[in-house]
Design a protein around this ligand. Structure first.
Ligand code: ADP
Length: 380
């Protein structure tokens, strides 16, 4: 099978013409963020904000042109629009100050990137909202730090950023050069969230193309490094935004959060499949709200279908990372701005999260070793 190279992809995209401008996408400088992972290709197409959905046929044509290449197994192209001059108001992305047109002057140009000094990016995802994804992401980040890893936490849940509140951090991030933002600090973890950049009261209405551009900037235009691990609290669900983020963020792995009931429903499996599709290793499943811990007597009662995640993980051949009980203390501490791992570092819940963190670190180490070399064939 032919190797997929940047040149071959750009060559294919040179054959796609923007009908509005009469020239091809590459010479117009519209292609950016090109990523290639095995046969999976991702890139963005920069269009003027007012074109919006009208550019959808162009996006499809670009995807098809690349998909037709020998060796390509999946293509995800997203439309991005810079909001030069403010544009959509509520949907203003951070530091979006490059004039439209020169963004991604060339996909091959070396990019300044805050993400370059991050050892591993780990996504925390769920098939649907409300299962405790953000709570798990916050506590996992704190537990990784407790295990000695330099840790950052990116709240990519731009529709409902909860990390500022959950990590008890207020204020606006500063920037030294007007381009790269300094992350905030939450209990020792470097933190960035759209919640710091837009007014909490402002309803955030994201037009499709802006989502990716905002997420990419939260990743790239923040002075993250050096970090061992960046935990990304993914937007809930398994749609296009999640898929592209999984592809462009060069994820080292993903942790799926599920409640005992949801695993039986298809939601968590959708999450699994999404990461498999883009070749991101699933580090494991966490069963959240696994059993009920009585706040008065400490007695444990199992919840209907408790253990479902462990069984399902076994069935799907995915590691089971652990179970976190439904405990009012977990809710109160994270809703109060000091997640349980920071609030009660010596308690049993912090120990459970640290156990999950250790497994995540072990799996990342194992992944970093890469595939074993093929055995030598000796012909006698
Ligand atoms: P998601 O990110 O999946 O939408 P959140 O992490 O915001 O979910 O959690 C939803 C609500 O459930 C929050 O109020 C949170 O404090 C609470 N919660 C999450 N996990 C637990 C748990 N294990 N025990 C008790 N409450 C929890």
């Amino acid at each position: 099978m032919a190797t997929i190279t940047e040149e071959r992809i750009l060559e294919a995209l040179r054959r796609v013409r923007d009908p509005e401008k009469g020239r091809d996408l590459v010479s117009l400088g519209m292609i950016g963020g090109l990523t290639i992972k095995d046969g999976n290709v991702g890139f963005s197409i920069e269009v003027a904000a007012e074109r919006g959905a009208a550019a959808e046929p162009l996006r499809k044509a670009a995807e098809q042109a690349v998909f037709a290449l020998d060796g390509v197994t999946s293509v995800t192209a997203v439309l991005t629009a810079h909001s030069a001059g403010g544009g959509a108001g509520a949907g203003r992305a951070p530091a979006a100050n490059a004039p439209a047109g020169d963004a991604a002057a060339s996909a091959a140009a070396p990019k300044r990137s805050g993400a370059d000094r991050i050892g591993s990016i780990v996504a925390v995802a769920s098939g649907k909202g409300g299962v405790g994804k953000s709570t798990t992401a916050a506590n996992l980040a704190l537990a990784l730090m407790a295990e000695g890893a330099r840790t950052g936490l990116l709240d990519a849940d731009i529709y409902g950023p909860s990390m500022p509140r959950m990590m008890g951090v207020r204020g606006k991030p500063t920037t030294a050069d007007g381009k790269v933002l300094d992350p905030m600090n939450g209990h020792g973890v470097k933190l960035m969230s759209m919640g710091f950049l837009v007014d909490e009261e402002t309803p955030m209405i994201w037009r499709g193309p802006m989502v990716m551009s905002a997420l990419q900037q939260l990743l790239q235009d923040v002075d993250w490094g050096p970090l061992d691990v960046l935990v990304v609290d993914m937007p809930p669900g398994t749609g296009d935004a999640q898929l592209t983020l999984a592809q462009t963020a060069k994820l080292a792995g993903a942790v799926i959060v599920s409640t005992p009931q949801d695993i039986a429903l298809l939601d968590a499996r959708k999450g699994l499949n999404m990461f498999r599709k883009v070749d991101v290793p699933v580090l494991g499943i966490v069963e959240n709200m696994s059993y009920f811990q009585c706040p008065h007597c400490g007695e444990r009662s199992d919840i209907f279908s408790h253990g479902g995640a462990r069984r399902e993980a076994e069935r799907l051949g995915v590691p089971f990372l652990g179970e976190i009980p439904l405990d009012i203390a977990i809710r109160e501490t994270s809703d109060g701005g000091r997640p349980i791992v920071a609030a009660e570092p010596d308690g049993p819940h912090a120990a459970a999260y640290r156990e999950i963190a250790m497994q995540v670190l072990d799996r990342l180490d194992a992944g970093a070793e890469g595939p074993k070399p093929a055995p030598k064939i000796v012909i006698r």
